[in-house]
Each structure stands twice: as structure tokens, then as C-alpha cells.
Ligand binder design. Structure first.
Ligand SMILES: Cc1cc2nc3c(=O)[nH]c(=O)nc-3n(C[C@H](O)[C@H](O)[C@H](O)COP(=O)(O)OP(=O)(O)OC[C@H]3O[C@@H](n4cnc5c(N)ncnc54)[C@H](O)[C@@H]3O)c2cc1C
Length: 422
């Protein structure tokens, strides 16, 4: 792998059939996460592909020519022509390999993959998930001199990194951009001595052996595993939902209701969460339209009665959302009347979706004790039902899912783990 300046790039393209180029920046956490993977892949594919790095700020002209807007950005070239995807953000080893493999003959791909040497990394604790719970735990564990590895398929920060503004995390007078809070938590964990393996592929988790296979070749082994994989909102899976996630569509009233003071909102759902959160949102919003698929609400009777009596709340029964788009300053919700089949458009300032959450436990195959909604049951010290396996944060069975509570759970788990390891 070599680092070059933009004037040498054309020459490299002419001299090499296959070239991969990484535009990086300094003070760029995803660039730091990519650097060791890029270097290792440079060795693995080095006979067939020229690996080049370029400092983006000093090579702006070329970066702009390729339309590069963020760092890192990885580009692929064959016979002098740009090919494949432009990778950016939390780039995984497998993303680069997939693009390179598509450019090489099958026999070479086979030989390269066969030459990957399995690697074993020993730690005392593996933290599965680099959100607030996992990072708080990593800070405490590392400060207690427990060898700790945090693993995350994405960049660190969890749900916080996609939150626009966080105004209720103590210690900050002004609201903090979520990505900054996430960044600071991750940097604090690193500074304490924790190892972060982020933007990796998590291939398998063995809670009995306390082993985690990442990127198909590295086995992490430990004495304890802490599960902090969080929870994800259930999505409607309709047009525009992904596009406007966090930009007009919210899944958290505690977090975002305050931004709708004297504004109109649409709430999707009619169960307990939707109805109880509508009461909270009603303290801020001037008008709420609830879109419920059934001809009745499914929340508990007392909450239903309060919602039905609230003059700000109007309920569209037997309606389902079919898509979202933006028109000027307004969000538009396309809804279908399930009785008549007619489609209407609701113009609003924001949308809240409350159709349930689910814990991120797809990778866990062992039968841990769970509540009726699938969240992990833990004791007061965050122990799960399996020895040596702990859980903290949104993934556990509890009433309140916030950054502060996730951080608190992570703290308890880490102190218990550190004591048990002594
Ligand atoms: C849009 C939005 C806004 C919010 N705003 C606020 C707010 O203003 N204030 C507040 O207190 N709370 C807010 N919340 C709630 C808060 O973000 C969560 O309660 C908190 O992030 C939970 O932390 P966690 O570490 O338990 O889980 P998460 O933040 O969900 O982090 C879990 C991490 O685990 C990783 N992971 C998933 N699967 C695996 C796997 N198999 N292996 C390894 N890692 C895995 C994920 O990539 C993720 O990084 C908001 C939530 C959302 C969605």
C-alpha cells in the first residue's frame, strides 16, 4: 500500500490493471477504523491490486473530480476506468473484498480467500454493541484494567449517533448533536484503554464458549460477554420511511416531542405506546392525527379514554400509512382507508411511528431467559440466565429506554464483571 499525491495518480492507473483508492482525512474516526483493515487487505490482495491512499484535504482537486463528499471514500478502478461502488462511512472489510472479488478471476478469488489466516484475539470481556450501554461499560471496564473489546457492525454510538439533538443527557447545558455525544463516548472508551472493533461483520456469537467470530477470520475469546446490542423500532416498510428517518419521522416522543411545540403531528399506531406517547406529545403539539389500522384502539382502557377525550387528538380508524414524502416545509403521509380503499394525503409538521420495538438479538442462538416481548431478563447486577453472560441497555427487559438508563445499566454490568474477574 502506498500513499501518493494527486499528480501521481494517472501514472498509477496506467501502470496497474486494478487500483483501489482511499481518500482519508485526519481527525476522522471512520477513517481510523478503516486504516488497519485497508492495510491488511493491501497485503492480502497486493499481488493483484494496487492499494493507494490519498490525504483528501491536500488532494482536493482529484477528490472533487470524483465527487467525493465525505471521508473515508474508497474507489475502485479497472483498466483506468472507475468501476464498482464508492464506499463511504463505516466501511467493512467485507465491503472492500466484495468489490475486489468482482474484479478478479474466480480462481484468484478462491486462492486469496484460502490464504486468509484465522486469527485469535484474547480478551477478558467482549462487549457486543458500541452504543451508550456498551461504551459506558467499556469505559468502566478499561479503567478497572479489564482487557475489553467492543464489537459493533456499525460505527460506535448506537441510536445516539443518528439522533439530531440530545437535550436530556446530564452534563451539557445546551442540546448536543447526537453524533458528537456518541463520538465523545467512543473516544473516552478508547482513551481508557478499550479496543473498539467497529464496522466489522459479526459472523457468529457463541455464548457458551464466549467466542465471537468477526470478519470471517478473527475469533475473539473472553471470559465474559456483555450484550448491549440495543433495540430497533419496528418499521412500517413503506416508501419514504427510510429517507425521512430522523428528518421528519421519529420513533421517540421523549426525544423529539419538544421540537413540535404548537405544530401538527401524525402518529402511526394505536397500541399502548402510541396512545400513551400521544398524551405526552399533546403537551407540545397543537393537533395530533392518529392513524390506526383497526376500527378501535388496542391500548389499555384508561389510556384510550384519555386519548379519546383529548380535544387535540383526532383518530383515523381503519387507516394504514402507505408512504411519506416532503412538500416544501411539510411532511406528507399517504394513508389508505381500509374500508373504502381510498387513499388520502395528510399534510403535517412531523410523524411519530409507534408500532413496536424489537431487541437486536438475531445473532444470539442460546436460549437466554426473555420477557414476553423478547427482551433479555437480567438480575439487579445485569446477569442474564447464562453464567458469564451479562446484558445492559435497551436490549434488556425494562420500562424506560433512554441514554441515561442505558449508561446506568452498562455501569452496573461492568462493575459486576470487574468484581467477578478479580
Ligand atoms: C431517533 C432517536 C432519538 C433518541 N433520542 C434520545 C434522547 O434525546 N435522549 C435519550 O436519552 N434517549 C434517546 N433515544 C433513546 C436512546 O438512544 C437509547 O435508549 C440508547 O441509545 C440505548 O443505548 P444502548 O447502548 O442500549 O443501545 P443502542 O444505542 O441501540 O446501541 C446498540 C449498538 O449495538 C450494535 N449492535 C446491534 N447488533 C449487534 C450485534 N449482533 N453485534 C454487535 N453489535 C450489535 C448496534 O449497531 C448499536 O451500535 C433516542 C432513540 C432514537 C431512535
Amino acid at each position: 500500500m502506498i500513499e501518493i499525491k494527486q499528480d501521481a495518480f494517472q501514472q498509477e492507473l496506467e501502470a496497474n490493471k486494478l487500483v483501489v483508492l482511499d481518500f482519508y482525512s485526519t481527525e476522522c474516526p471512520p477513517c481510523e477504523a478503516l486504516a488497519p483493515k485497508y492495510e491488511a487487505l493491501g497485503k492480502l490482495y497486493g499481488k493483484d491490486v494496487r492499494f493507494i491512499k490519498m490525504f483528501r484535504q491536500e488532494n482536493r482537486e482529484l477528490a472533487e473530480k470524483f465527487g467525493i463528499r465525505s471521508s473515508p471514500s474508497v474507489l475502485f478502478f479497472k483498466d483506468g476506468q472507475q468501476v464498482g461502488e464508492v464506499l463511504t462511512g463505516g466501511i467493512r472489510r467485507s465491503d472492500i473484498m466484495r468489490n475486489l472479488d468482482a474484479l478478479l478471476p474466480g480462481s484468484r478469488v478462491k486462492a486469496i480467500h484460502a490464504s486468509v489466516k484465522p486469527k485469535v484475539t484474547d480478551a477478558e470481556t467482549i462487549v457486543l454493541g458500541g452504543g451508550p450501554a456498551g461504551l459506558a461499560a467499556a469505559i468502566y471496564l478499561a479503567q478497572a484494567k479489564v482487557n475489553t473489546v467492543v464489537v459493533d457492525p456499525l460505527l460506535p454510538g448506537g441510536q445516539v449517533s443518528t439522533t439530531h439533538q440530545v437535550s436530556n443527557y446530564p452534563g451539557f447545558i445546551e442540546p448536543q448533536p447526537g453524533f458528537m455525544l456518541a463520538h465523545n463516548m467512543a473516544e473516552q472508551a478508547k482513551a481508557a484503554g478499550a479496543t473498539l472493533k467497529v464496522a466489522v461483520e459479526v459472523n457468529s456469537v457463541d455464548l457458551v464458549k464466549k467466542e465471537v467470530l468477526i470478519d470471517n477470520h478473527e475469533t475473539l475469546r473472553a471470559k465474559k460477554i456483555l450484550i448491549t446490542t440495543g433495540a430497533s423500532p419496528r418499521y412500517l416498510n413503506v416508501e419514504g420511511e427510510k429517507e425521512f428517518y430522523g428528518k421528519g419521522i421519529s420513533y421517540c416522543a421523549t426525544c423529539d416531542a419538544k421540537y413540535y411545540h404548537d405544530k401538527e403531528v401524525v402518529i402511526i399506531g394505536g397500541g399502548n405506546t402510541a396512545v400513551e406517547e400521544s398524551e405526552f406529545i399533546s403537551k407540545f403539539a397543537s393537533r395530533i392525527t392518529m392513524v390506526q389500522q383497526f376500527p378501535y384502539l388496542t391500548a389499555n382502557r384508561a389510556a384510550q379514554e384519555r386519548a379519546l377525550a383529548d380535544p387535540k387528538i383526532n383518530i383515523l380508524f381503519s387507516h394504514e400509512p402507505r408512504g411519506f414524502y416532503r412538500k416544501n416545509e411539510k411532511m406528507v403521509v399517504k394513508v389508505e382507508n381500509l374500508d373504502s380503499g381510498e387513499t388520502n394525503e395528510l399534510f403535517t409538521d412531523g410523524v411519530f411511528v409507534f408500532v413496536g420495538m424489537k431487541p437486536n438479538l438475531e445473532m444470539i442462538n442460546e436460549p437466554l431467559d426473555k420477557d414476553q416481548w423478547g427482551y433479555l431478563k437480567v438480575d439487579a447486577d445485569m446477569r442474564t440466565s447464562m453464567p458469564g453472560v451479562f446484558a445492559a441497555g435497551d436490549v434488556i427487559s425494562k420500562q424506560v429506554r433512554q441514554i441515561t438508563t442505558a449508561v446506568g445499566d452498562g455501569t452496573i454490568a461492568s462493575i459486576t464483571i470487574a468484581k467477578e474477574l478479580r
